[in-house]
Design a binder for this molecule. Sequence first.
Ligand SMILES: Cc1cc2nc3c(=O)[nH]c(=O)nc-3n(C[C@H](O)[C@H](O)[C@H](O)COP(=O)(O)O)c2cc1C
Length: 483
Amino acid sequence: MGFKDLREYIEFLRRNKNILEISDEVSTELEIAYLTREATYSKMPALLFTNVKNFPEWKVITNIFNSLNVFYNIFGSNKLEEISGKFLDEFLGQLPTTFFEKIRSFAEMSKLGKVFPKSKKPVFELHEEYSLDKFPALRTWPKDAGRYFTFSITITKDPDTEVHNLSVYRIQLVNQKEAIVHWQAFKRGSITANKYLKKGITKVPVAIINGVDPITTFVAASPVPPGLDKYLFAGILRQEGVEVTRLDNGILVPANAESVIEGYVDLNDVRLEGPFGDHLGYYTPADFYPTLKVERIYVRDQPIFHATSVGKPPLEDAWIGRAVERLFLPFLKMIVPELVDMNLPEYGLFTGIGIFSIRKTYPGQGKRAMMALWGVGQLSLLKMIIVVDEDVNVHDINQILYAISSTVDPKRDVLIVDNVLTDSLDHTTPHPPLGSKIGIDATRKFREEVGREWPEEVSDDPEVVKRMEKILKKIKDQYPLSK
Ligand SMILES: Cc1cc2nc3c(=O)[nH]c(=O)nc-3n(C[C@H](O)[C@H](O)[C@H](O)COP(=O)(O)O)c2cc1C
């Protein structure tokens, strides 16, 4: 846990034989992206490209989040929900306040001292001669609009609270000093930009960093509750504060980053971004996003560039989604207390389908839970929510199919909500970012919900089960496949 930087993590991968070094010459034009996707699909380890055509000074690393196992290694546990659960128990206790009040009071908690960001001299240096075209940004699919930063982190700072936000947004390079930042309307980057706009400020100070420790990168791709500083959250997960340094424009950046671009996003200069081959496996059409204007570029000696490619699942974003699902389950339970477990399946595209089990104690609770879930952060993007009872294993597709088939009357138990916020990348929506949602209440129903008693489920006579125990074992021993 708590890798200092990307290089320390690469050393860890080397020690565990979890990285392949590729010395064949490969291009940033489609080739690295293709090999990266094939590596993820084939469950291969991280790839370190050491001979990148036209970028001799750079190494490019991809596929670092190639499975859920990677997160078990990074966090030193295969029970990710226990990590966040322990934190919530330890720091929040049972205070009779709301979740968000608790989150706001984090800063006052002296216990958190060690996980706060710490000031450190940067390892990167200012390069006056540098420009965006010198970075080994990737063209990932043949019809992408250009070369992109795909795993760079955009850092903004709330103009009132100083809370820092780190987010993975793709960035399309336009020329030596300009690029387009694809922050979707409801993401923290865009929300912060609107705060500046309200104050009459149209130049939002930002830093675009690349190549940091894996937990900080993961946090940047995670839906951390609004108001909670992502440096602080990264420090909590790393169990050690992130080492940072302040740029001239006031933004704090990780002091050990491989590269840092300092500048601002000009909200008065919106340009067509895309098309881009996206995580649904389709090209998202071009749309308008604001432009990054570069002021200064800092690069580390012998730099390493972190990149990825998205496409049809399951690629790296799917495994990040899985880790998010596990780590954020305890947070979600604070908001939806009846929640027992959840499954955001890789092939459900993370924003497509979510399956949730609840402890149902009153009529109508299935639909109530689905409405609550649609109201929480990025779960608001979910196109389909299936709610099942607590005894259904949400990770077993057959149990889910059985729950749907044995509890659902479509007219009564299916909810369709129209004209609500959906994933703006979803090409199926009629008027992005608005579309419809479907909720399926696959819980057993109460009398009030069906107008009569719910029928009794079959179950064995316990006396017979006891009497037959030995005979059944004998039969099963003769037929090993039944074990
Ligand atoms: C590889 C990758 C690329 C992503 N690209 C984008 C993007 O271009 N735009 C976007 O809004 N979110 C993108 N995301 C998702 C965000 O990183 C994610 O929603 C994260 O929680 C940031 O949201 P926040 O700024 O609200 O915290 C991407 C995620 C990954 C893993």
